[in-house]
Each structure stands twice: as structure tokens, then as C-alpha cells.
Design a binder for this molecule. Structure first.
Ligand SMILES: [Cu+2]
Length: 466
């Protein structure tokens, strides 16, 4: 359902309900401070979203010293918010106006392999001045995102990322905001720091920007009504920073993640998003009118040096407006029943996340082999694989599988009840998941989404065939 249709529908509901004093949808302008650009839909077909998308240079006002030269889709950071319904087709006429080659990867979406945006493996990189047409169906509800897969850390850190919302027909009508969380590494003069700043030690750490951003803005203020549920759909688009979140003393009722809605709500006080992950949560603002609540980044220990000497940072302010006189109930969230993947004899793969220098330079990898030297892991149509990662390095690694959702397992090897495409492998810890491959042949990437780590070799390929 389009945004305007949702608003229209909720007005109808309000009229029918005759509740008068409170509209179920927030007044216009409440979220202007974090508004994302929307694309021009070139298709007359309501089930096709067709657009031009240009990667090009742009600039943002991030620090008082002056504008920061960045790269953005259509000149925006983040790029346009793409909104569609489950089953719609997306057609993107992508054009590269950057001074170097690039691609677009559609994180989380179950695309055909040739649409996955990985240079050399699924397509040729798009050269400066050249174009590429991405076209595929959007088979699953949820929040997804897009970013380049060429020199990924540098290009994403420069501002190339955007969000995609795919709606199911039975989603609740509720106030909603899409939050693209990221950061930028900016020097005193306002210039973006080079992608290799800090050398290999910074690569090993994973480069975190010094300016945290919500929808490309520094500490924007939105408004919300006391007592009225607000749905926050969040994606971590930062190349290395984990976002542990707190919103005053409010709790987050988590209703979904990487693959749309969960089977039921889970209440968290400080949810964590690794790079690449999404979180769908409802909060109910409480407090007095005029009061401001801060959405804060809370230091999270993802390894050596990631919490020491660091303070929480404000991401976004929520200014409270008068709410309804009567309590507004939590919206009814449709449940997506969780069916565990069952396989008598899944293929077991054990991967150790490793560091071994190559020719005096840092190289990360799987089992001692950097991605560029690795032999693809084979997989067959319909095969169930159980992947187990072990991490003895000093930093955590969020592992992302392209093209497929998997079921994370707990320490006892039981499904945790959610679907995901990115899983955290903590310091001195392990993580495992079950995945069932379908019939989309090709080379599918699996890599660390601390993009500095992926670029340094912590990546592998799965070769799926009949
Ligand atoms: Cu990593």
C-alpha cells in the first residue's frame, strides 16, 4: 500500500469510528525533519515501481566548518526511499556518474543471482558514465536496503545507501518512521576522511564515523503524540558501527527484523543493530507535553577499543505533543508463524573467522583464506546447510548471506524463532544458522558486514547449482 493510500484508509477508519478527538495518523509535518526523498515512478502499472537512479557526487552540511563532499543516490544521503507492496516488480535504470566503477546490491531481497550486484560474480561493474538495468520482484515484506558492492566500505561510507519498504496488505495502520542509521567520518575542515585513513589498524577495527546520522541528518527533531504508538523501522547502514539504542526509559516492542514481521512481539530496552541488520519496533511515547526524549546511541562492546573512553551520543530528538484523552491501544500486529527448517541430515559447515597477513599486509578471511583466493562452497537446490562460525579475533563480525534468509540457532542448536540475513559472531564466541537453498543458481556471497573487514578478505562465495 502506498503511503498516501494508507493515510486515506486511516482517515476513513477514523471517520467510521467517529472517535473525533484523535486521528490515528499523526498530523502532517511531525516527521519533516527526517523526511526521505521519494522517486518518480515511471510506470503506470500500480504493481511496478520503475525509476531512474543515479549515483553521483553531492554534498551535505554536517559540521559548522563547511559542506562535506559526499556521494549519494540521486544526490541524496540516504538515497530515495523505495516503497512497494509484496509481489510488486522493481525496475531501476541505474546510471553511474561517479568517477569510478560501482554496482547496486539489494540487501536482503531474494533477487535472481544476476541482479545481486556483485562485480565479477553476478555482473560486470558499471563503469563511469555507463548504465545497468536492475529488474526483479519483491517477494517478501520487510525493510530492505541498497548499497554498492564495489570498494564497499569506501563507497558506502561516502553516502551510497538507501532504504526499501515492502508492505504486506494486512499491516497495521499506525504512525511510522523509517530511520536509516549511519555515520560519517568528517575532518575539522568538513572534508570526508579518506577510505584508508588510519591504515590497516583502522581496517582491523572497522572505521566508525565521528558524526552519527539519522536519515542523513545530525540530531534532527521529530514530534510525536503522548500515548500514541509509533512504529520505528530501522536499518543500520553504517559500515562498521553497531547501534545499541535507548529511547529515554521507554521499551521497544520489537515486531520484526530482517525478513518482515516476527511470529510475535518481543520487548527489549536496548536493542542492538549490527551493520546491515533491520529492526521493526513500536514505542509508545510517554511524558509531558513539550518534553523532549532523545533516541541515543549507547556504546556497545564489539571488541577491543569499542567502548573504552566513549560516551553515549544523541541520534534524534522526539518532542512530545498532546495525545488523546483516551488511551490508544497498541495496534494489532499480524503474526507470521515461524516454521523451523527441518532436515534429518543438514550439511555441516564450520568456518573459523581468521586473520593472516599476506605479503606484509592485513588479510582477513574464512579458515585462513581471504575471499579473493577462496574456492566457493558448493550447494545444491533444496539442500539444507548448517553454518557455524567461530570467532577468536579481537572484534565481532556480523556475517551477511546474500539472496537467502536463514534461521539463527541458539547455543543448543535450536532455532531462535526468527528469520535473518545477518548474524553477529561475537568476540571469542560463535554463531550458527540453518539455511535451505531454493532454485536460484549462481555465486552467492557471504561476508562480514563490517565492510572494512569484508573488503580486507572476510568473505566467501556459495556456488548454488542444480
Ligand atoms: Cu568483521
Amino acid at each position: 500500500m502506498s503511503g498516501s493510500l494508507r493515510v486515506a484508509l486511516s482517515v476513513v477508519i477514523a471517520t467510521v469510528a467517529g472517535c473525533g478527538e484523535i486521528e490515528p495518523v499523526e498530523p502532517p509535518g511531525f516527521a519533516d525533519a527526517i523526511a526521505l526523498p521519494t522517486p518518480v515512478d515511471l510506470s503506470p502499472d500500480p504493481h511496478v515501481l520503475e525509476l531512474d537512479l543515479v549515483a553521483r557526487e553531492t554534498s551535505l552540511e554536517l559540521v559548522p566548518a563547511g559542506p562535506t563532499a559526499m556521494w549519494g543516490f540521486d544526490g541524496h544521503v540516504p538515497g530515495p526511499l523505495l516503497e512497494a507492496e509484496v509481489g510488486d516488480r522493481l525496475i531501476v535504470h541505474f546510471h553511474n556518474e561517479l568517477p569510478e566503477e560501482t554496482t547496486v546490491h539489494w540487501h536482503g531481497i531474494r533477487v535472481p543471482n544476476e541482479m545481486d550486484g556483485v562485480p565479477d560474480h553476478t555482473q560486470h561493474a558499471v563503469q563511469p558514465g555507463d548504465s545497468f538495468e536492475y529488474r526483479f520482484e519483491l517477494p517478501d515484506e520487510g525493510l530492505y536496503w541498497y548499497h554498492p558492492h564495489v570498494r564497499s566500505a569506501g563507497q558506502a561510507a561516502a553516502g551510497l545507501y538507501g532504504a526499501i519498504v515492502v508492505r504486506a496488505p494486512d499491516e497495521p495502520v499506525v504512525d511510522e518512521a523509517v530511520l536509516v542509521l549511519s555515520d560519517a567520518a568528517v575532518g575539522d575542515d568538513g572534508a570526508l576522511l579518506p577510505a584508508d585513513s588510519g591504515g590497516e589498524l583502522a581496517t582491523l577495527f572497522g572505521r566508525e564515523g565521528n558524526v552519527v546520522l539519522v536519515n542523513g541528518r545530525v540530531r534532527p527533531t521529530i514530534r510525536a503524540r503522548v500515548g500514541v504508538p509509533l512504529r520505528l523501522r530501522m536499518v543500520n547502514a553504517a559500515i562498521a558501527r553497531y547501534f545499541q539504542l535507548a529511547l529515554g526509559t521507554l521499551s521497544f516492542t520489537v515486531i520484526g527484523g530482517d525478513r518482515g514481521l516476527h511470529d510475535g512481539p518481543r520487548v527489549l530496552t536496548r536493542p542492538v543493530l549490527t551493520p546491515g541488520q533491520r529492526l521493526d519496533a513500536i514505542v509508545v511515547p510517554q511524558g509531558s507535553v513539550g518534553q523532549t526524549i532523545a533516541l541515543r546511541w549507547i556504546p556497545y562492546d564489539r571488541g577491543f577499543g569499542s567502548t573504552e573512553f566513549r560516551d553515549p551520543e544523541d541520534l534524534l530528538y522526539v518532542e512530545l505533543e498532546r495525545g488523546p484523552d483516551r488511551a490508544v491501544p497498541m495496534p494489532t500486529i499480524p503474526s507470521r508463524p515461524f516454521e523451523p527448517i527441518v532436515a534429518a541430515t543438514p550439511t555441516d559447515l564450520h568456518v573459523e573467522l581468521t586473520r593472516n597477513d599476506r605479503d606484509g599486509h592485513l588479510a582477513l578471511g574464512f579458515d585462513g583464506v581471504p575471499g579473493w583466493e577462496a574456492t566457493p562452497f558448493p550447494a545444491r537446490f533444496g539442500e539444507v546447510q548448517r553454518w557455524s562460525f567461530r570467532n577468536t579475533l579481537e572484534w565481532s563480525h556480523p556475517i551477511h548471506l546474500h539472496g537467502f534468509f536463514f534461521q539463527p540457532l541458539d547455543a543448543m542448536g535450536r532455532p531462535t524463532g526468527i528469520w535473518a540475513d545477518t548474524i553477529d559472531v561475537p568476540v571469542d564466541g560463535s554463531a550458527s544458522f540453518l539455511v535451505r537453498f531454493d532454485e536460484r543458481p549462481g555465486l552467492w556471497m557471504i561476508h562480514c558486514h563490517v565492510l572494512d573487514h569484508g573488503d580486507a578478505g572476510m568473505m566467501g562465495m556459495i556456488e548454488l547449482s542444480r
